[in-house]
Design a protein around this ligand. Structure first.
Ligand code: SF4
Length: 325
């Protein structure tokens, strides 16, 4: 008899705190328990990524939803390499001097998306302040390659491109369905959490994207305001922000026209990253969601395990047809 056979198949409950923050002597609340699927269900995505030599933010950022998302046959692709030119205090992605761009990467991402058969895909990247176009051309090439390979809708989760509008325009010209850029936290905490970013710059970028209609789709008239990408942003809570500060950020995002929002619990990837200041309760997340919906966001996901790409297909599916078209 095989060793282990006869044991309950899934007795696997993962207490996130025991592996993400092993170095921090802190007990995690019960709502941060997560049931994980068996490795056999996760393997298909892992093998595909390894074969195509692709990076995902799921793996690089130690996302707590990895097993769940991979078992559902989805992942968030991280393009432009796996080394970032910035060193945000919350992020597990390696920082340093990135290598040269891989011109074949867009085609391999497209092959993976087609192979997974997903209806919606999220593509993000490390920040590449070293590249003259910030990596925007590579984003556009990846969107185009996915479009040519399959019918999946495409969501891009971009860096701030240092506020350069020509870079954003290059991405928009490839017609992403969703343009996602995270503000990540409240402005007071930027120096600690995102020292090389600026809140106002991220907000302005989202506002400008929200105001610009894309080129007309088939059957549309130019300039009728349709065809623009859905704008989306997200923030982490539990970093020391107050409820009022989060509400103020949500208000700012609505004022610039942002349509979809995610709010999730920050979990420290290691003892060398920013510590968790507080575990936000599920009830507080419900309050954030209610407040955001009352402000007019067309789609909101708020919860302890929500990440900007978590079940992004469902969030997009929840948008009304007039917002999506
Ligand atoms: S939530 Fe996003 S980053 Fe995390 S595992 Fe799922 S797809 Fe990957």
């Amino acid at each position: 008899m095989r060793r282990g056979a006869g044991r309950p198949r899934v007795a696997a409950f993962l207490l996130i705190g025991q592996w993400i923050m092993a170095s921090q002597a802190r007990r995690f609340p019960p709502w941060l328990r997560k049931r994980i699927p068996p490795e056999s269900q996760v393997q298909r995505v892992r093998e595909l990524l390894a074969r195509l030599q692709l990076h995902t933010v799921c793996q690089s950022a130690h996302c707590p939803n990895l097993c769940e998302c991979f078992a559902r046959g989805t992942a968030t692709f991280m393009i432009l390499g796996n080394v970032c030119t910035r060193n945000c205090g919350f992020c597990a992605v390696e920082d340093g001097t990135p290598g040269p761009l891989d011109p074949e990467e867009p085609a391999r991402v497209a092959e993976a998306v087609a192979s997974l058969g997903v209806k919606h895909v999220v593509v993000t990247s490390v920040t590449r302040d070293d590249l003259p176009d910030g990596g925007s051309g590579h984003f556009a090439a990846t969107i185009s390659a996915i479009r040519a390979a399959c019918a999946a809708s495409v969501e891009v989760l971009t860096p701030d491109f240092q506020g350069r509008w020509d870079c954003v325009e290059r991405v928009l010209a490839a017609r992403p369905d969703v343009f996602n850029h995270n503000v990540e936290t409240v402005p007071r905490l930027y120096p600690r959490v995102r020292p090389q970013a600026r809140y106002e710059r991220s907000l302005a970028l989202l506002g400008r994207v929200a105001r610009v209609p894309g080129p007309p789709r088939a059957g549309e008239r130019s300039g009728d305001g349709r065809g623009e990408a859905v704008t989306k942003s997200g923030l982490m809570v539990g970093l020391g922000e107050s409820h009022d500060e989060v509400a103020e950020v949500m208000k700012d995002l609505r004022e610039v026209g942002c349509q979809a929002l995610t709010v999730g619990q920050y979990l420290s990837p290691s003892g060398e990253h920013l510590p968790v200041e507080r575990f936000v309760t599920p009830e507080e997340f419900d309050t954030y969601r209610d407040e955001a919906e009352a402000m007019g966001f067309a789609a909101v996901a708020a919860g302890p395990f929500v990440r900007s790409s978590y079940r992004a297909d469902a969030l997009l599916g929840g948008l009304s047809p007039s917002v999506r078209s």
